[in-house]
Design a protein. Structure first.
Length: 265
């Protein structure tokens, strides 16, 4: 059994604090950016297409803004609408926490679509690349969740149990680490293989990401405590599971359309 004693603050410089959660975003974006450019270079060589790699650099600013905006709006709508409806000024207090992966995903899709329209490039070309490197950021984010003692798991007696003193003294599943493994390491390993395959159709990586992330998230949610303010929807599943079921359906839809050669010309 492990007694959690990790400090969420990496370093304090007077009134300034550098938190592990902030570093997770920074490392996730920088490493994902580097890997994404390697994938683009491979696709340019494989498909013999003309593409200015600097365009992806311009897309990064769209992704960062849309990810933060979408993540915040998603959390407010999906997880705590009544609170923010009664406390509207707290909407802007992002430093207090409250981000939704599914909201961030929607934001990234919208931001990428708008950028692609402006650049006159098939947006699934960009979405495939983003999908392939997204697990990198997810991995660092889940590790940060563990360090912060948030999104903790249900009580358990298994040998992997962890006690989060900031929560209670009950041994729990380290569900954040389960998610880091499934949604981060495993998902990245699968998608990076497809990303470096020759003659792969545009849109495949996007559909695989949607399907597998949804499946892995539903599995992980079985070990994770539901959000206190929501509990279980219809006494059956968490909000995270519900949104992930929708992801799976959308991913399957994209996959079937890919087979019909629609949207991917």
């Amino acid at each position: 059994m492990y007694i959690h004693d990790l400090d969420p603050v990496f370093i304090s410089l007077g009134p300034l604090e550098v938190r592990w959660y902030s570093l997770a975003y920074i490392f996730g974006i920088l490493i994902g950016w580097w890997v994404a450019k390697k994938i683009i270079e491979f696709k340019i060589a494989d498909k013999n297409i003309v593409f200015d790699v600097r365009l992806f650099d311009d897309l990064i600013s769209y992704i960062i803004f849309s990810m933060i905006l979408g993540g915040r709006i998603g959390y407010i709508i999906f997880y705590n609408f009544s609170y923010y409806y009664n406390n509207p000024l707290d909407v802007f207090k992002i430093w207090e926490g409250g981000m939704s992966f599914h909201g961030a995903l929607i934001g990234i899709i919208v931001g990428t679509y708008l950028f692609s329209k402006k650049a006159k490039i098939n947006y699934f070309f960009f979405l495939d690349i983003i999908a392939a490197v997204a697990p990198i950021g997810i991995f660092f984010g889940r590790i940060a969740n563990f360090i912060n003692s948030e999104l903790y798991g249900k009580p358990t007696d298994i040998f992997l149990k962890v006690v989060f003193p900031q929560v209670d003294k009950i041994p729990r599943h380290p569900s954040q680490l389960y998610e880091a493994l499934l949604e981060g390491v495993v998902l990245f390993s699968i998608l990076i293989i497809f990303s470096f395959k020759k003659n792969i159709k545009i849109g495949l990586c996007s559909s695989i990401f949607m399907i597998l992330y949804g499946v892995f998230r539903v599995i992980s949610e079985q070990f994770r405590e539901p959000d206190i303010q929501i509990g279980y929807l219809f006494n059956l599943f968490s909000m995270g599971s519900f949104l992930s079921f929708l992801m799976i359906l959308i991913g399957l839809f994209i996959f079937m359309k890919k087979k019909e050669n629609e949207f991917f010309k």
